[in-house]
Design a protein around this ligand. Structure first.
Ligand SMILES: [Fe+2]
Length: 246
């Protein structure tokens, strides 16, 4: 059964061995925690922030496109549609899906609210690859520099950069955040974050059973069996799938 407060544990379980990737995710999650306290960020948005990059977990790789792979996994785990949609569409995923020839698959994922998609994108863009706060324009430049010009991520961000910055600006306005946020709020961040989440917590199985993996074989089998008409379809049966928890 899906429980939103398990998102930090689930993220840690799947990403803790990925070095800077986990540092980034932990930074994003803690900023979301701060926004829950400061502006009443909805729990589903907080969960999506913690889980937005879960598709980078090697055991979850299906297509190699992390927003989609993460969203598929969360859907199988019974995550709410808003969480699945926010993960699927976060931070310009629509552009990268186009670059990777996966637009049709992305289009089958739930569409989240634009407001909260802007917010998840903002938090992602103000958190550097090592979890340190930055600015959206520096982050966009950092991504372009990190990936070769022929890489789908580079090509996507090259085109989507202006819209990503606009998305971040809309989110700041919607939440009443300063143009500098979160820079300068480090102390408040650490106070709001509290102790590091869920050391030694549950595994990728949200039921709490440590299965030692992220269900790669299970998910590959599901895609092989159902493809776009199965696990990737919006019309998939409602409710948590026992296939995720066995
Ligand atoms: Fe991210």
């Amino acid at each position: 059964m899906w429980e939103p407060d398990q998102a930090p544990r689930l993220a840690r379980r799947c990403l803790k061995d990925l070095g800077r990737r986990w540092q980034h995710v932990e930074g994003v999650g803690r900023l979301a925690d701060q926004l829950v306290a400061d502006v009443g960020l909805p729990e589903d948005v907080r969960a999506a922030a913690w889980l937005h990059d879960i598709g980078y977990a090697p055991d979850l790789a299906l297509t190699g496109f992390h927003p989609l792979d993460g969203a598929v996994y969360l859907s199988e785990c019974g995550a709410p549609e808003e969480v699945v949609g926010l993960v699927a569409w976060h931070t310009g995923a629509v552009w990268e899906a186009s670059e990777r020839g996966l637009s049709d698959r992305l289009a089958r994922m739930p569409e989240p609210s634009e407001k909260w998609l802007d917010v998840v994108t903002l938090i992602d863009l103000v958190t550097g690859p090592d979890g340190v706060a930055t600015t959206p324009d520096r982050r966009v430049a950092e991504i372009l520099g990190r990936y070769d010009s022929s890489h789908p991520v580079h090509r996507a961000v090259k085109f989507s950069g202006p819209e990503l910055l606009a998305s971040a600006a809309r989110a700041r306005a919607a939440l009443g955040l300063s143009d500098e946020w979160p820079l300068g709020s480090t102390e408040r961040m650490s106070e709001a974050a509290g102790p590091s989440p869920a050391r030694g917590g549950a595994g990728c199985d949200p039921s709490g059973h440590d299965q030692g993996g992220c269900r790669r074989d299970l998910l590959r089998g599901l895609v092989a069996a159902g493809g776009r008409g199965g696990v990737l379809a919006r019309s998939a049966p409602a409710g948590p799938s026992t296939r995720c928890f066995v």
